[in-house]
Structure formats: C-alpha cells, structure tokens
Ligand binder design. Structure first.
Ligand SMILES: [Zn+2]
Ligand SMILES: [Zn+2]
Length: 108
C-alpha cells in the first residue's frame, strides 16, 4: 500500500491489504486483523454529523461447527446523537464493541 495508511490498532503500515468496493476501499491489517475503510470521511449515516467517535468493534466469524469465535476488529463510528447509548458504553468500558449479531441490512 502506498504511503499514508497506518493501522490504528498496531501501527503497521506495510502489511495492509486493500479491497475496493464501490467508492470505498476496505483495508485489512495482515498483522493484527483490524479492518477499516479508507478515504471515508467519518459521518453519521442517519443524521450526517461528522463529529462522530471512532470505536473498535469485534468481528464475529463462524468457525468450524457451530461455535463462534472473535477473530478480529473493525473500525466503526458512533454518533453522539444516534448512537448515544452505545457510545457511552464504549467510552465507559474502554473495550471493543460486541459484534453486531444480525447482518446489516437496513430497511426503511
Ligand atoms: Zn494492525
Ligand atoms: Zn447521527
């Protein structure tokens, strides 16, 4: 990867994998497994606020059998308005957010 991309979790700047999807490039750190989106101005998708709070969230991946195991983290942004409860919990616990249990398929 060229230049300015650094893993926010472990500081790695070389062993990073970029995968393009639409206008977003998703970066995966091959050292610690952190996943985040590059070139994305953090913004709340619901109200448009840009002073969102960066947080780590665990990614739940299915392993063999029915057991679930937490294998890596991704960067998410919490809105002080829309995600107030989650944000307060995150700041208080100072540990990664639990993984989302359901696939994210927004419905209006
Ligand atoms: Zn890393
Ligand atoms: Zn919001």
């Amino acid at each position: 990867m060229a230049g300015d991309t650094i893993c926010a979790n472990c500081g790695e700047d070389e062993q990073l994998q970029g995968e393009r999807s639409g206008e977003t490039i998703t970066i995966t750190c091959e050292v610690c497994g952190l996943v985040w989106d590059r070139d994305l101005t953090p913004k709340c998708p619901r109200c448009g606020r840009t002073d969102v709070h960066k947080a780590f969230q665990s990614i739940l991946e299915k392993s063999r059998g029915t057991q679930l195991s937490i294998q890596s983290l991704r960067v998410v942004y919490l809105c002080p308005d829309c995600d107030a409860v989650q944000l307060a919990d995150y700041v208080k616990s100072n540990s990664p957010l639990p993984p989302a249990e359901l696939p994210v398929t927004p419905r209006d």
